[in-house]
Design a protein around this ligand. Structure first.
Ligand code: B1M
Length: 207
């Protein structure tokens, strides 16, 4: 029942309650994977579905992601200690010249919520930095965000650099001006219009 309470607290965007309930569950010895998958990730999956159905909007999604993150912070040290398995590693960032990060942060949070190990490079990230970090971290996926039409070419530069470096990492792109057509044009492995879709896409690419 207590894991369901964590689920409900995420759905109610109650950051303090999520934190408190997660701490209580960890102290009670509940399996970390169960807290993560049924409580935190389960709630974010539902949030994602409701967003896709037009029942929830970006502000609610951000609040739920923030609440989920409060629980995740408590679980993180335990997860890295190997009590639950990461679904894969994603290197994410907003491309060179672009300082918008709200959507990118949302994607990163939802990926973390879905159980991926996320390395967030922040904003204004050069293609060399994406390539270097993805190589070092053996990233499964490199996720690029852009909000400006003027920074979309930096996606092309990065996708090309990843290919030229011979990395096995797949590239996905997103952001308000980006389209599936553009993804096809620059040879990215995938595109999503929103954060829940990006999570689904990465799951699909890694299946
Ligand atoms: Co700027 N800005 N901005 N801005 N800004 C836009 C993007 C703009 C559309 C506003 C407008 O003119 N109507 C316009 C771009 C026009 C264009 O190129 N087509 C614009 C401009 C022009 C600029 C400046 C150039 C303004 C200036 O200085 N003259 C400047 C550029 C600075 C720079 O980046 N170098 C600038 C600056 C800023 C602020 C710093 C003030 C601020 C950013 C703060 C921040 O991010 N920390 C800002 C903001 C807030 C916006 C708007 C108003 C909101 C963007 C946002 O956060 N939306 C925006 C207008 C708008 O979009 N209505 C605008 C909410 C967010 C959740 O949505 O990021 O789209 P979004 O993310 C979505 C999806 O796109 C997707 O998932 C999210 C939802 O689930 N998604 C991905 C995003 N990344 C993804 C990656 C994926 C998959 C999905 O896979 C990897």
């Amino acid at each position: 029942m207590a894991i369901q309470d964590i689920f409900n607290a995420v759905m109610a965007f109650d950051e303090d309650k999520v934190k408190q309930l997660t701490q209580t569950e960890v102290a009670a010895g509940t399996e970390i994977g169960a807290i993560l998958n049924q409580g935190l990730i389960g709630a974010m999956d539902t949030v994602g579905e409701r967003f896709s159905a037009g029942e929830l909007f970006v502000p609610e999604m951000l609040m739920a992601a923030q609440a989920m993150k409060a629980g995740l912070e408590i679980l993180k040290p335990l997860l890295s200690a190997g009590q639950a398995q990461s679904r894969g590693r994603v290197v994410i960032g907003t491309v060179k010249g672009d300082l918008h990060d709200i959507g990118k942060n949302l994607v990163a949070m939802m990926m973390e919520g879905a159980g991926f190990d996320v390395v967030d490079l922040g904003v204004d990230v050069a293609s060399e930095k994406f390539v270097q970090t993805a190589a070092e971290k053996k990233a499964d996926v490199i996720a690029l965000s852009a909000l400006l039409t003027t920074t979309m070419p930096a996606m092309q530069t990065t996708v090309t650099a990843v290919k030229e470096a011979g990395l096995a990492s797949r590239t996905i792109i997103g952001g308000a001006p980006v389209t599936q057509g553009f993804a096809d044009q620059i040879g990215a492995d995938g595109y999503s219009p929103d954060a829940p879709g990006a999570v689904k896409l990465v799951k699909k690419l890694m299946a």
